[in-house]
Design a protein around this ligand. Sequence first.
Ligand SMILES: Nc1ncnc2c1ncn2[C@@H]1O[C@H](COP(=O)(O)OP(=O)(O)OP(=O)(O)O)[C@@H](O)[C@H]1O
Ligand code: SF4
Ligand SMILES: [Mg+2]
Length: 402
Amino acid sequence: MSTERPDASYPGVPGEPGFMVNVGGGRRAEAPAEGIPPALAPGAGPPPLISIRELKVHFDLGGGGVFDKLVGGSPVRRVVKAVDGVSLDIYPGETLGLVGESGCGKSTLGRALLRLTEPTGGQVLFRGRDLAHLSKGEMRGQRRHLQMIFQDPYASLNPRMTVAQIIGEPLDTFALGGRGREREGRVSELMKTVGLSPRFLKRYPHEFSGGQRQRIGIARALAADPDFVVADEPISALDVSIQAQIMNLMERLQRERDLTYLFISHDLRAIRHVSDRVAVMYLGKLVELADAKVIYRDPLMPYTKALISAVPVPDPEVEAARRRIVLQGDVPSPINPPRGCRFHTRCPWAIEKCREVVPPLAEIKPNHFAACIRISPEEPDIEKVAPGDAPGLRGTGRVIAQ
Ligand SMILES: Nc1ncnc2c1ncn2[C@@H]1O[C@H](COP(=O)(O)OP(=O)(O)OP(=O)(O)O)[C@@H](O)[C@H]1O
Ligand code: SF4
Ligand SMILES: [Mg+2]
């Protein structure tokens, strides 16, 4: 049985002063309406387009059976907790950037939102409707509103289909495209929208450059006229010179088509460029959420501090004066992740309590949420808190000024 539990003596714990359930842009939860998760209770501003509540995606790798023990395998069942209790609101028209080291669960979260990966638990509400519990048929009806742009534009395009067929496929799937010339006209329009000449309608993916292929992928995502797009590392496979073009294209399309993006990347500079708000993930959990400018200027949670400190600042003087936090040790395995705060094995500020207590994502400053038991609205600056004192943790994670 897990001993993980939130601790009532820390800020952000239900029932305690300072507990805030809302994980959106400052729309505080009051008394929730019956049957509606607290964060969806009415507040100022438009309601969220997507609300994620305690979302879990666990991959069962098996093991733990008699046979496993006989052949010297794992004596316990191995479960990858790729996403483990994430709650988040995404508001109409915003770009929410999702960052974190490789393997922390970003893609799994993005895919689970669209039910491309089945959630193990929790809710994904799209305009208040729980997608996680829709039947396959009902989900198909919703899918045209929720689309995805993939990392590798080549792998995600069928090499045997022409561009016209690729972009036209969603038109057929959702019966939006008409036939013959009408359909061709719609595909041509979509090509123009993403900066491709309709002269290339009959060409195949291999005849295009990487950037052009990503434009085809974007046109395909747009064909169904979606409201919400998960862009999973959409520029990572592209040359640096092309990356800016694709980001600019996505920004223009967002303005023109009222799109809402979840932009997933491990590239913190790209995330800073495109995001309105930024969410940081570590080992399946959200650890910080704030306005993009704020999180880059004033990260609160130690892991975010380390990530942000590695991003170069264009101003040479500021850059020279900056302190870099170099994390020691590798990211632990998401199979049986560390108890308590998952970051405690690498955190320079870890104390014994961090092994036991799961820090809730709490509002430390207005609209700035962080998961760390050693900071609070009264003392939000971990640098002012005494360094870690957990026996056995000393030395595994150190703050190194460079
Ligand atoms: N189908 C699967 N079966 C088992 N484990 C999986 C599966 N998909 C993902 N995982 C595991 O879940 C964890 C999270 O993976 P995920 O791809 O979501 O991470 P990520 O943050 O997107 O990483 P990257 O930055 O490398 O893309 C990883 O440990 C990964 O190995
Ligand atoms: S101080 Fe403790 S709770 Fe805060 S990030 Fe470090 S290990 Fe986690
Ligand atoms: Mg990924």
